[in-house]
Design a binder for this molecule. Structure first.
Ligand code: ADE
Length: 228
């Protein structure tokens, strides 16, 4: 998986890149390159944003700036690059990120993430330069960088070798193995702590009954209103 992130703060991703499962994915051949809009801006003084037409507060990331950054990386024809890779604009009103979308993105050979800042993107970026608009939740962050890290985190941990234990990503929350439900509760030692006991079934050694118990707990948590 080759991931390119376009941002005004490429150095924010230095910390992220060093995290274990990300580092594992990179060591296994994936790439995470961060590119600054400012490096390619056609405007003077490193300008990347402008005031909104029609008035209103804040600044808007310019379409010519994002187009120049993408052209420097992939070539000048927006239609050709959109045919070749998913270009995801991170924006609070986009398609909500869930496990299905993460799996969809993890199956791509290459991914481009566009981080907005200020009031967000000139809408023509989303309409003509991106293939997707993705939100990590219905709240507004100061920019798309943390959202891009969330997407990268969720996508990279799906790749073979990213997690220490190969089975960890198979039977986990929202996976097909659990019918899309949240994962069952986990317990470890001590079996009893301050009177809080681990369910006895888990100590019983009856693998078939344990599997059944876990499936039931997972289903329970998946029911609407369970908060699980
Ligand atoms: N940029 C700002 N807020 C965001 C959000 N909630 N999801 C994705 N990108 C964003």
């Amino acid at each position: 998986m080759q991931i390119d992130v376009f941002t005004l703060f490429p150095e924010w991703f230095d910390w992220f890149r060093a995290q274990r499962h990300v580092a594992n994915a990179l060591a296994a051949g994936s790439t995470l390159d961060c590119l600054s809009y400012r490096d390619q801006t056609p405007l003077t003084g490193g300008q990347v944003d402008d005031t909104p037409f029609g008035g209103g507060a804040g600044m808007v990331l310019r379409v010519d700036v994002v187009d120049a950054a993408l052209a420097a990386r992939y070539g000048a024809d927006p239609a050709a690059r959109r045919a070749e890779r998913r270009i995801v604009a991170l924006t609070p009103g986009g398609r909500l990120l869930d496990e299905a979308l993460v799996s969809e993105l993890a199956a791509e050979p290459a991914l481009t993430l566009l981080c907005g800042r200020y009031e967000g993107f000139d809408e023509r970026i989303v309409e003509h330069l991106a293939t997707d608009a993705v939100s990590i939740g219905r709240y507004v962050l100061a920019g798309g960088e943390l959202a891009a890290m969330v997407v990268c985190d969720a996508v990279l941990r799906k790749l073979p070798g990213a997690l220490g234990h190969a089975d960890s990503a198979i039977e986990e929350s929202f996976s097909e193995a659990l019918g899309g439900a949240p994962e069952y509760p986990h317990y470890t030692r001590p079996a009893s702590y301050r009177g809080w006991d681990v369910p006895e079934i888990l100590l019983s050694g009856h693998h078939e009954r344990i599997r059944e118990w876990r499936r039931e707990r997972s289903e329970e948590r998946g029911r609407p209103g369970s908060g699980g």
